[in-house]
Design a protein around this ligand. Structure first.
Ligand code: COA
Length: 259
C-alpha cells in the first residue's frame, strides 16, 4: 500500500489510482516516490499484464504540487536538482514499464498531468477534459516532462503549447496525438475496458516486445533499422508464444493466453 495511491488488482489488470483528490491529485515528493515504487513493483509482477493509471475525484491530476515546488525551490541547488531528477525518473518508470500502461484521463490534466498522459502508452480521455502545458503561466517551463510530451505531440505543436501555456480539451488532445481517443465521460470506462480487452487478447511477451521495439527503432534511419528489425522478428517468431499463436490461428482455436 502507498500513502498517495489506491491500488486495485482485477485479475491480470492492476489499477493505479492517484489518490489526493483534495488537491486534484497534484503530485509532491511522496507521490513521486509512490509512483516510482508502484511501477517498479508492477514491472516485476508476473501476474499483471496491463496497468491502468487514473485519478480519484474530480480530476486526473493538476500536475506538480505548487506548495512542494515552492519548497523544492528554497532548497540548496543540489537538493533542488536531485528532487527534479527523482520526478523525471518517475515519468521514466511509467514510460519504460514492461507492462502496457493505459491512462484514464478525466477532469483536468494540467502541467505534469499532461506529462503523465504523455508518459503512458495509451491514453483515453473524456472529451471535456482540460489539458495544458501551463507552466509558463507560473513562470516555469515543462522541463522534465518535455521529452515525453515531445514524443507524443512533436516539436511543431510544442512550439505553440509550451510557449502559450494555453488550455485545450480532450478532442484537441486526440487531434494532436496526445491521447488515443476522447469520448464522452459516460463512455470513458467502457473505452478503457475495450483497450484493456485488446491488450489481454494479445500475447503478453509480444506486447512487451512491441513496446521495446518502438524504443529501439523509433529514432533510427530506415537503413540502420534493418539489422535490428530482421533479428527481432527472427528471434521472436521462434519463441514458444509465437509458436502457440501460429498454431492457434492455423488450428482455428484461441491461443492459450486468452481466457
Ligand atoms: N498544486 C497544489 N495545490 C493545488 C494544485 C497544484 N497544482 N492544483 C489544485 N490545488 C489545490 C487548490 O489550491 C485547492 O486547495 P484549497 O482547497 O486548499 O483551496 C484545491 O486543490 C482544489 O483546487 P481548486 O482550484 O479549488 O479546484 P477546481 O476544481 O476549481 O480547479 C484546477 C482545479 C486543476 C483547474 C485548478 O486547481 C488549477 O488550475 N490548478 C493548477 C494547475 C496547474 O497549473 N498545474 C501546473 C503545475 S506545474
Amino acid at each position: 500500500s502507498y500513502p498517495t495511491l489506491e491500488i486495485v488488482q482485477d485479475g491480470a489488470v492492476r489499477h493505479v489510482r492517484l489518490n489526493r483528490p483534495d488537491v486534484r491529485n497534484a503530485f509532491n515528493g511522496q507521490v513521486v516516490e509512490d509512483l516510482q515504487a508502484a511501477f517498479a513493483e508492477v514491472d516485476a509482477d508476473p501476474s499483471t499484464r496491463v496497468v491502468v493509471l487514473s485519478g480519484n475525484g474530480k480530476s486526473f491530476s493538476a500536475g506538480a504540487d505548487l506548495t512542494w515546488m515552492q519548497e523544492q525551490a528554497s532548497l540548496p541547488h543540489a537538493d533542488n536538482r536531485a528532487g527534479a531528477e527523482r520526478m523525471a525518473r518517475m515519468f521514466l518508470a511509467i514510460a519504460r514499464c514492461r507492462k502496457p500502461v493505459v491512462g484514464r484521463i478525466h477532469g483536468h490534466a494540467l502541467g505534469g498531468g499532461t506529462g503523465l498522459t504523455a508518459a503512458v502508452d495509451i491514453a483515453l480521455c473524456s472529451d471535456d477534459c482540460q489539458f495544458g502545458l501551463t507552466e509558463v503561466k507560473l513562470g516555469i517551463v515543462p522541463a522534465v516532462i518535455s521529452p515525453f510530451v515531445l514524443q507524443k505531440i512533436g516539436v511543431g505543436r510544442a512550439r505553440t503549447l509550451f510557449l502559450t501555456g494555453e488550455r485545450f480539451d480532450g478532442s484537441e488532445a486526440m487531434r494532436i496525438g496526445l491521447v488515443h481517443r476522447a469520448v464522452p465521460i459516460g463512455s470513458l470506462d467502457a473505452a478503457v475496458q475495450q483497450v484493456v480487452g485488446e491488450l489481454l487478447a494479445a500475447g503478453p511477451a509480444a506486447v512487451a516486445s512491441a513496446k521495446e521495439l518502438i524504443r529501439a527503432v523509433g529514432a533510427l534511419p530506415l537503413e540502420d533499422a534493418i539489422p535490428i528489425t530482421a533479428t527481432w522478428i527472427a528471434d521472436l517468431r521462434a519463441t514458444p508464444e509465437a509458436k502457440e499463436g501460429f498454431a492457434a490461428f492455423l488450428g482455428k482455436r484461441k491461443p492459450n493466453w486468452i481466457g
